[in-house]
Design a protein around this ligand. Structure first.
Ligand code: SF4
Length: 406
């Protein structure tokens, strides 16, 4: 362990044990789940952020914070799984259920390309008729017409569902949709991995262990992914740290998780209404602990879409190196009350105003455009994140252009 003279951190707390853990983590040492929990509950906020930021600085000394332009295509809201926190789904045969046609999906891909987007997130319910064949057909069609778009989509839950519908193994389902065009898995559906809180909010979903098993199968086939976490549905602090532990264990074996993305539960229009919501401080502390504990996951993304721009900026001082996306379409968390919106120029400003250098990235986190100075900033004001669908008219303007809510 480094001596005091070689310490990364200048901050010293009044708690010797916490001080030692923070110093070790900031210097690149591994911390235990018990130590992570102690930091999460007891470390002074500023010291915790300083340690996480020291790790971020060592990994990314250029001070660059990335974002991506993508489109979330919600192909159906029909779902058998009925998660209690979900305001998006409709049960099969419900009058408000819908399925987007392939032509509609391709039109949305065309708009994404037109607006400079590089990535598609295909996200929807567990439709009773959609097996592996549905995804093969749609991914192949997207790749045929828009080979420049990266399909970064689905998570282990959808793989489990489609394999069951088609009567094949999850390994085979993964192989087939990868061959058809899937580039990487988005890692949605992780929710909260430990059994008690997961069963409470998503009793019909596969277990956290099964979710991770399928992600591990994907990684072994060369399909990398990100991994998410839903905070604020009633889980304990220890269960939050257990979620991180379960991810780190798989990552030690596969190295396939590119990024960790926690986000907060949105309480509107669902069956969990009124349950505890994670506070912004809890969210920021979790980000910092994740940066220190997940020493094997390269990127850490904060979800300003659910917490807002101010928290998004603060997160850049808690170990975060990526602000996620300008999402040209999003319906799932918006249905549950996520109201924060931005356009590309505002997002770039948010990053610069937090004393970081903004850069557009691709799915592999390669920098496409670094905005070193305002002279390098993007100029396309049409690039907004949206509550719902958009459509470009022939003049190139958005016809359903919902105003910024913030
Ligand atoms: S979160 Fe996904 S799986 Fe759960 S009910 Fe909503 S659409 Fe279905």
């Amino acid at each position: 362990m480094p001596g005091a003279a070689t310490r990364t951190l200048g901050v010293v707390t009044e708690h010797r044990e916490i001080d030692e853990i923070l110093q070790r983590a900031a210097d690149g040492g591994r911390i235990t789940p018990e130590e992570a929990l102690l930091l999460y509950t007891d470390a002074p906020f500023h010291a915790l952020g300083s340690a996480a930021d020291a790790v971020r600085r060592r990994r990314y000394p250029d001070g660059i914070v990335t974002y991506i332009i993508e489109r979330n295509i919600n192909y159906t809201n029909v779902c058998l799984t009925a998660c209690k926190f979900c305001a998006f789904y409709r049960a099969p045969k419900h009058a408000e259920g819908w399925v987007r046609s392939l032509d509609d999906i391709l039109a949305r891909c065309a708009e994404t390309v037109e607006l400079g987007g590089t990535q598609i997130m295909f996200q929807g319910g567990h439709h009773p008729d959609f097996g592996v064949e549905y995804y093969e057909e749609h991914f192949a069609a997207i790749k045929k017409h828009y080979p420049q778009l990266v399909i970064h989509s689905l998570g282990a839950s959808e793989i489990v569902h489609m394999a069951k519908i088609s009567g094949v193994s999850t390994e085979e389902a993964l192989r087939r949709i990868h061959a058809a065009g899937l580039d990487s898995l988005a890692g949605a559906g992780a929710e909260i991995l430990p059994a008690r809180p997961r069963t409470a909010i998503a009793p019909l979903k596969e277990s956290g262990e099964r979710w991770l098993e399928v992600m591990e199968q994907a990684h072994r086939q060369g399909i990398e992914s990100t991994v998410t976490m839903l905070m604020g549905t009633g889980e304990t602090n220890a269960e939050r740290i257990e979620h991180l532990r379960m991810i780190r264990e798989v990552q030690d074996r596969t190295g396939g998780f590119r990024s960790f993305i926690p986000y907060t539960y949105q309480p509107e229009n669902n069956h969990l209404k009124g349950r505890t919501q994670a506070t912004n401080v809890e969210y920021l502390r979790l980000l910092a602990v994740a940066r220190l504990f997940l020493d094997n996951v390269p990127h850490l993304q904060s979800s300003w879409l659910t917490t807002g721009k101010d928290v998004g900026q603060l997160s850049l001082h808690m170990g975060v190196d990526d602000l996620g996306s300008i999402m040209l379409e999003e319906n799932v968390i918006s249905s549950a009350g996520a109201r924060h919106r931005s356009n590309l120029l505002q997002l770039v400003w948010m990053i610069r105003d937090a004393d970081r250098v903004p850069a557009q990235r691709d799915t592999l986190y390669r920098h496409l455009r670094v905005h070193h100075t305002p002279a390098d900033d993007p100029t396309d004001e049409r690039v907004h994140s949206h509550v719902s669908s958009i459509a470009l008219d022939p003049g190139g303007r958005t016809s359903l252009d919902l105003a910024d809510a913030t």
